[in-house]
Design a protein around this ligand. Sequence first.
Ligand SMILES: Nc1ncnc2c1ncn2[C@@H]1O[C@H](COP(=O)(O)OP(=O)(O)OP(=O)(O)O)[C@@H](O)[C@H]1O
Length: 270
Amino acid sequence: MLGAAQMMQPVRHTEAAGSAVSVKNLHIRFGSKGSEFTALSDVSVEVPEGALVTMLGPSGCGKSTLLRAVADLVHVSDGSISVLGQPPKKAREGRDFAFVFQEATLLPWRSAIDNVSLPLEVGKHSSSQPTADPEEMLALVGLKGREKALPHELSGGMRQRVAIARALITRPRILLMDEPFGALDEITRDKLNEELLRLWQETGTTILFVTHSIPEAVFLGQYVLMLESHPGRVKEFMKVELPYPRKLAMRDTVEFIRITAKLRALLEEC
Ligand SMILES: Nc1ncnc2c1ncn2[C@@H]1O[C@H](COP(=O)(O)OP(=O)(O)OP(=O)(O)O)[C@@H](O)[C@H]1O
């Protein structure tokens, strides 16, 4: 088991890394022949290992579908997805990724620490696989002292922190996050944005993060992937030329505002 200190070795996010997720000419169709609906059409994208990619796009353009396809939760109609060089099913079985949803989906009868340790108890977690210590993971997400609290005794932001600690407990190399802070108030969301960046820099986890918020996408993202709709396609894959570490005050800078304005204009075309 690895402690938080070992997980917190600063990680350099280099350009030279290989692909964590490689999507090639992906098509996803729902429904049966005759009444088929194309959710994603010819989507190709390379997510470098260790990168933080935020995903933007109009409602229904296929952001969640793409994330779910990477997680082996959606059938691929055509094209391919490779997760750390293997098919998504293999990556799922090897617990190479973890998913964080908009709702924390904690078990209400289990304490914070027991929710965090749940992935270690269920499924086929190999004892040789490195894991983190639940107590230290809770400390890492700022919940030291709240280990015994039940979900209903925690705020929405705290519950989402527990969900993130739970996702990281098996030390996945990839974190898939589908609007994880979408239901939170603005101040809590800002705080969790900063905390997520800290976690990313400390753990080196590759993160794919779906959001509806342009400022959130720019503040977090090393890259922004924008999808357009009807059918879902890549509109833009853009590197965010802002240095890390990032602090919330950065959102008031001219450069930040310039990037968000560019993305807003692109989004209006989608
Ligand atoms: N299991 C499914 N069966 C049929 N259609 C589906 C299924 N899942 C998604 N879709 C459709 O695929 C399209 C893309 O949905 P998806 O949830 O990926 O969009 P999104 O960009 O994440 O939307 P939002 O921003 O509103 O969450 C939508 O038109 C949706 O209705």
